[in-house]
Design a protein. Sequence first.
Length: 409
Amino acid sequence: MDQFIAEARSLAEKLPDNPFVINLHADRYLYLRAFCAALLAGQCTLMPPNRQAATLESLSESYPGTYVLGQGGEETLPCVSADDASVPEIPDQQLAAIAFTSGSTGTPRPNRKYWRTFCAGTRSNATMVLDDATSCVNMLATVPPQHMWGMETSILLPLFAAVAISDVTPFYPQDIADALDALPEPKVLVSSPIHLEALMKSGVRTRSISKILTATAPLSRELAAALEASLGTRVQDVFGCSESGILATRRTALDEEWRYSTIFTLTMTGEGVVISAEHLPEDVLLPDIIELTAKDRFRWVGRQQDMVNIAGKRGSLADMNLRLREIPGIVDGVIFEPDTGTGRLAALVTAPDLNVSDILGALRSRIDPVFLPRPVIRVSELPRLETGKIRIDAVRALFAELNSANQRD
């Protein structure tokens, strides 16, 4: 820790005198060091929804004075000695980061994260997900640190709790297993349903995982139970949003209801559920539909932008997509509302050994017939973000291109 603090201080002195920084480091140690250096320099880290050149250019235009770290290799530092190992004090009101929503349901929106927000939120998160661990937890994350899920777990938890984070971000199942095997116990895997689904379908196995933490999309009870049985672990599903951070958890294999942290107050209003907390800069209107079932519990119904109404029937696209990906032979797939004006849903599906009629036949027993997608188009892969989330704009663009080609044929 002493060496890390010394390196962060040294890097802070070398940073340009700019107000905003985009940290693109993939190596988690280098990301953490650069993040802390930016804090020491009084700079705000922008957390883009993706690392595409157009996104970075747009952010730089919206936030004048933005520069980029980690794009052309790591910053070279002279050998530094840890003479001053004291933990630096960061002002509570310092703007530490601006996190952007993923854009999975529309245009990415900015959310300001002050240092006090990160401090209070992370202490609460440690209580919820680390089970009051007395020894150091060794964590591996398959999600990037630029996303709030990766930031809250793999960057902030090591700063506030007994957590050691692996510097790698594996993607493929065998790479995940190898990276886990290289860690000492106890081990915690931070991932997403799409990565965990791929791990289960691959047949690759690893043991001695104390816990799996998953977020960014709904996790089915079937997948959670299969992971627990196959890997000898516990799967803790984590619920939150970019606006509030981690809000609640549940063990999906056993529980339907979510338990939320006591630092939050949830209030039902005419517009939806409002989240209040001392550490949040302002109240947050939850972008999800939930039912409050007890003082500290709720049941999730769906996302506000995720609900569709067809022929007088209301349904959740997230739930339909869970049912779609449960079909044997489906590698990946998404049901969505296209920009066609037909009032029908459509689907893009990766299923090498299934034809369209097979897919529709299996769906009929899983969802209401009014929600059956037409057309269903098979694709080699879906446009997903690094977190596993769907990019809805890219999905609609791909569908428009393929559907137009099918109609010409």
